[in-house]
Design a binder for this molecule. Structure first.
Ligand code: PMP
Length: 412
């Protein structure tokens, strides 16, 4: 294990060594974990082990490797349930990603509970995955689509518009501003105003970086993706309170979600399986188990502290750069490891492209949050995002490279 001295003078582990991608090219700087995270070796090994030693379909075969695969999937379901403190593993539905989780909730819950005149409330800071499904549902149902605004420094303006709402759906952490919404207080406040309201939390950008406890938050649904928290792509989760899930109709129909099928009718099996039609992403689920092990052994608080230090350092170094505008909260405690910015006079795509040529990976564009960009009065931004494998050296390289970008574009 390599130990490195950090800015604060403390010695800490170099987590990069756990991730094979950083071994190939030591110059490589990855600052796009909000899009997808890199994968530690134990995750890659778990996938390899599954395919090499117990590859079989689940909940069908009666032979040993099929039973082993089935047991593994259920073990990971329990791991996920413990990770978010769900009451029961049956509250964990495996889906492809956060997008599918939100669509499942929108179609299965809301489509049967929302009628003309009801309202669906979301916020201006949502990723399109937590905006478009609700907007489309509202259009179909002739319901009101209410969008809560943000304050100047990127916080939500919760108001009485939720009085008539059937559902409030909002992000825990903004993938553009980095704002950490005070989700527990918001849910409490929303339920005090409207006890019938259900709340869905988009945890795609929070769960990889901070403790999320669904019972403590008292959310009704929680959606997230495995690939942003070190698991493979193709696996995500919808958590739902048991009683709610039981009332909901399936979203997808097909194999392994039925009790009985006849020409006249079909009856469905219990939760969570009635929402998991077809063969699941078994390797993805296996990878999810390994990712959770990695996150737990690293410690979610350690991850959060490490990222806070990096944000503080990067925000202070970004101030050196004239003409650089940073979006989101000024208070470091209120933001996560996502920093979006623009360089005066240079398009975000140009910034990202030139940095890419220097082996520094960042994101540019509207980050699937067009309404928010419009609200900020911009069409695009550049975004850097951190995870446990980043360090101050990465930030230094970023800053020096941004300065070079300015020179290349003859600005500053
Ligand atoms: N919500 C937020 C806040 C996100 O940042 C993202 C991914 N950028 C999503 C939802 C959608 O995640 P996925 O593409 O994995 O479905």
């Amino acid at each position: 294990m390599r130990i490195k001295k950090t800015l604060g003078g403390k010695y800490m582990r170099s987590y990069k060594n756990d991730f094979p991608i950083f071994q190939k090219n030591k110059k490589f700087v990855y600052l796009d974990s909000a899009a997808t995270s890199q994968k530690p070796k134990i995750v890659l090994d778990a996938i390899q082990e599954y395919y090499a030693t117990y590859n079989a379909n689940v909940r069908r075969g009666l032979y040993p490797i099929a039973e082993k695969a089935t047991k593994k999937v259920e073990k990971v379901r329990e791991q996920v349930a413990r990770f978010i403190n769900a009451k029961d593993p049956s509250e964990i539905i495996f889906v492809r990603n956060a997008t599918e989780a939100i669509n499942l909730a929108a179609y299965s819950f809301a489509s049967h509970n929302i009628a003309k005149g009801d309202s669906v409330v979301t916020t201006i800071m949502e990723h399109h995955s937590n905006f478009v499904p609700w907007q489309q549902l509202a259009i179909q149902k002739n319901a009101d689509f209410v969008v809560l605004d943000i304050s100047e420094d990127g916080f939500l303006d919760l108001d009485l518009k939720i009085k008539k709402a059937k559902i409030l759906t909002l992000t825990h952490v903004s993938n553009v501003l980095g704002t950490i919404n005070q989700i527990k207080d918001i849910i409490k406040q929303a339920k005090a105003i409207n006890p019938q309201i259900k709340v869905l939390v988009d945890a795609a950008q929070s769960i990889p970086h901070m403790k999320v406890d669904v019972q403590n938050l008292d959310c009704d649904f929680l959606a997230f993706s495995g690939h942003k928290m070190m698991a493979a792509t193709g696996i995500g989760v919808l958590y739902g309170k048991r009683e709610l899930l039981k009332q909901m109709r399936p979203f997808l129909y097909g194999g392994e979600m039925i009790k009985e099928v006849s020409i006249a009718k079909t009856t469905f099996t219990d939760i969570p399986y009635k929402f998991e039609a077809g063969t699941p992403d078994i390797a993805g689920i296996v990878s999810f188990g390994a990712a959770i092990e990695y996150l737990k052994s690293t410690g979610i608080e350690t991850i959060q502290k490490h990222e806070n230090r990096l944000i503080a350092y990067s925000l202070s170094r970004m101030k050196e750069i004239e003409g650089l505008t940073i979006y989101g909260p000024k208070d470091i405690e209120k933001r996560s490891g996502v920093v979006s910015f623009n360089l005066n006079g240079i398009h975000a795509h140009d910034v990202a492209q030139v940095l890419g040529d220097m082996d520094i990976c960042i994101r540019s564009g509207h980050h699937c949050a067009m309404p928010l960009h419009k609200r900020l009065g911009i069409t695009a931004s550049a975004r850097v995002s951190f995870y446990i494998y980043n360090n101050e050296e990465d930030v230094d390289k970023l800053i020096e490279s941004i300065k070079k970008v300015k020179k290349i574009f003859k600005y500053g």
